[in-house]
Design a binder for this molecule. Structure first.
Ligand SMILES: Nc1ncnc2c1ncn2[C@@H]1O[C@H](COP(=O)(O)OP(=O)(O)OP(=O)(O)O)[C@@H](O)[C@H]1O
Length: 265
């Protein structure tokens, strides 16, 4: 009986460890953590060999390395840790501050006004993650979300056209804001820094970012680090409605397929 219980406990033990290791490996696959793990494995092997063959100085050096291991991990992964914490630390005051239906229509109209003028644009829509810390790099504003205002901000001759604007609720609260850049390989090669900035912020926060390409006039709604497709105005409207509005657009499902590679209407 004892043996039987022991067997089941062992099995549960091994299963839990296997599942944890599996999910951990899936989590870090393709990231810098893999190289880190290989590095750590080499250090462990060298340490064991040093102990085996009595290489005291090497052993002493590596034992100190292990005692500082947590600090080393924090330094190496500060970017990943910061991203994870930013996603956890949501702003309780932000709830209910998402733009309503009228504002969504204004955002879409403004976006396509930029497209028709051949201007680039970067519009960040704040959700639960607070973005105040980004304002320091730009200029604080309190302006309405209107096509005229957004065109005035992104007009290539305007002093504030560089960088992003931030939308909080029904207002534009900052302009000329610098966003964190994603790694170069996070976006396809034909996209430049404007798109990398959109992807970078959406990797770190739950913000939605509308990017208008100056070069091609393509419009992307970037979310969770994904650039997605070039959107038609209707597809952009439906996407924004489904992400932001409590009044879900009835047409959302019908029009999701309108997101076309070609599509600016
Ligand atoms: N870190 C950043 N944060 C916010 N805006 C940025 C950032 N880096 C670049 N930009 C904006 O992107 C503009 C440059 O875009 P660039 O041509 O390099 O990118 P792109 O992705 O190819 O966009 P486009 O298709 O519009 O040319 C800058 O003038 C600036 O307004």
């Amino acid at each position: 009986m004892d043996n039987w219980q022991f067997g089941i406990t062992d099995l549960a033990d091994i299963t839990v460890v296997a599942v944890v290791v599996y999910f951990f490996l899936r989590l870090i696959r393709g990231t810098r953590a893999v190289q880190m793990l290989i590095g750590v494995a080499i250090v462990v092997v060298v340490y064991q060999l040093a102990r085996e063959f009595g290489l005291f100085t090497v052993e002493w050096m590596f034992s100190h390395f292990f005692s500082a291991f947590i600090v080393i991990l924090v330094v190496l992964f500060q970017q990943e840790i910061r991203r994870a914490l930013m996603r956890v630390a949501v702003n309780p005051l932000a709830a209910g501050n998402t733009p309503g239906e009228t504002m969504i229509a204004m955002l879409v109209e403004s976006t396509y006004a930029l497209v028709h003028r051949g201007w680039g644009g970067l519009i960040v829509i704040e959700r639960d993650t607070g973005l105040r810390h980004l304002f320091e790099s730009g200029v604080e504003l309190d302006a309405p979300i209107q096509p005229d205002m957004i065109q005035a901000l992104f007009c290539p001759d305007a002093p504030m056209h560089d960088g992003a604007i931030i939308v909080h609720g029904n207002r534009i609260v900052a302009a000329r804001v610098l966003l964190p850049l994603a790694q170069a390989n996070a976006v396809p090669g034909d996209f430049g820094t404007r798109h990398r900035a959109a992807v970078g912020l959406s990797e770190e926060t739950d913000a939605l970012v509308i990017v208008v390409s100056e070069e091609t006039g393509a419009v992307h709604l970037v979310e969770e680090g994904q650039l997605g497709n070039n959107l038609t105005s209707r597809a952009l409207h439906d996407r924004l409605s489904s992400r932001l509005s409590s009044l879900q657009s009835h047409a959302h499902k019908d029009h999701e397929q309108d997101e076309s590679e070609a599509g600016i209407d």
